[in-house]
Design a protein around this ligand. Structure first.
Ligand code: PEP
Ligand code: MG
Length: 316
């Protein structure tokens, strides 16, 4: 019994009927590893590399990048580490990498992959460092691009990763048209990771940095869930995994709904892992699907949450 409860506390994510849902950690750097490991993260679903680049006047050099990436890869022997390439611009402005012109709406500006398309040498240097860090480790490195808009973006990023010798390249789904056209992005992207924070911001046209608009930043909104569902459906049809790495994945009830919508893994701040693991372990996959259908039928976020709860044991 002691062993069973230990595995419930830190074992692999699964529903009560055994459907596996890998539970991964979001980290900002090697300092976040101890909590991720303690809480049983099965890998890293989102390594936000911009923290290495913030608050400095030059890009970090090759060796500094290799060391930061290798520390994370070494922590997950045999596991998967998904590194997000630099997400500069908007809420993450960088001193040495500015948009090409003035922007009155930075969230709609040159940010994420758009910034790297404007500065391909920054991406190439990062991918080269990542490939070097992965050599000789047992972890599986995957890279993913933030703020991807269309199939051309996905192709451009996948070919940059291939040029650096990185075999696994996916894209974040944060822009509504990327969600709606996921089937086209899936041609070049090996996997999707849905960033519900930005997807919610863009779906509602409400800047996530403006606190007066905070009520719009609710991933329970059925319209946001529609976009998640569309992405997961396209991924399944293309045989591609579709994770969620936004804050939504750290809400125990919503995590069950995301699984019901077709999410194949969940990545979250590591402190949320135990409650999400426990919520999944209480519900069958069919109950998650029923909760997802009920949430999609609701007319607003609070309604979606209370409708979903009724289908999930122990959530009411
Ligand atoms: C997101 O947008 O949901 C996400 C995971 O990325 P970030 O919060 O770093 O923009
Ligand atoms: Mg984002």
């Amino acid at each position: 019994a002691a062993r069973a409860s230990a595995s419930e506390a830190t074992g692999p994510g699964r529903t009560s009927d055994g459907h596996a849902v890998p539970l991964l950690a979001n980290i900002g750097g090697p300092n976040d590893l101890p909590v991720a490991l303690r809480n049983g993260a099965e890998g890293i679903g989102l390594y936000r590399t911009e923290f290495l680049f913030l608050d400095r006047s030059d890009a970090p050099g090759h060796e500094e990048q290799v060391a930061a990436y290798r520390a994370v890869l070494d922590a997950f022997p045999g596991g998967k580490v998904t590194v997000r390439t630099l997400d500069a611009g908007a809420d993450k402005p960088l001193g040495f990498l500015a948009p090409p012109g003035a922007e009155s709406n930075p969230a709609l500006g040159v940010r994420g992959l758009r910034m790297l398309r404007h500065s391909p040498e920054t991406l190439a240097a990062q991918l080269t460092a990542l490939a070097a860090a992965a050599r000789g480790t047992d972890a599986e490195l995957a890279v993913m691009a933030p703020m991807v808009t269309d199939a051309a973006d996905a192709e451009w990023f996948a070919s940059a990763a291939a040029d650096a010798g990185i075999a696994h390249a996916g894209v974040m789904i944060e822009v509504p048209v990327a969600a709606l056209r996921a089937r086209h992005l899936a041609e070049a992207a090996e996997f999707f990771s849905i960033g519900t924070n930005d997807l919610t911001q863009y779906a509602c046209a409400a800047d996530r940095e403006i606190s007066a608009l905070g009520t719009f930043q609710d991933p329970w909104q059925p319209g946001v869930l529609d976009l998640v569902a569309a992405t997961a459906r396209a991924a399944a049809a293309a045989g591609r995994p579709c994770g969620v790495c936004g804050e939504a994945a750290s809400d125990p009830i919503l995590s069950c709904v995301l699984v019901g919508l077709g999410a194949t893994s969940l990545s979250m701040g590591a402190t949320a892992l135990p409650l999400v693991r426990a919520a999944l372990a209480r519900s069958t996959l069919a109950q998650c699907r029923e909760a997802a259908a009920a949430a999609l039928d609701a007319r607003d976020g609070p309604g979606a949450k209370s409708a979903a709860r009724e289908h999930l044991p122990g959530a009411a």
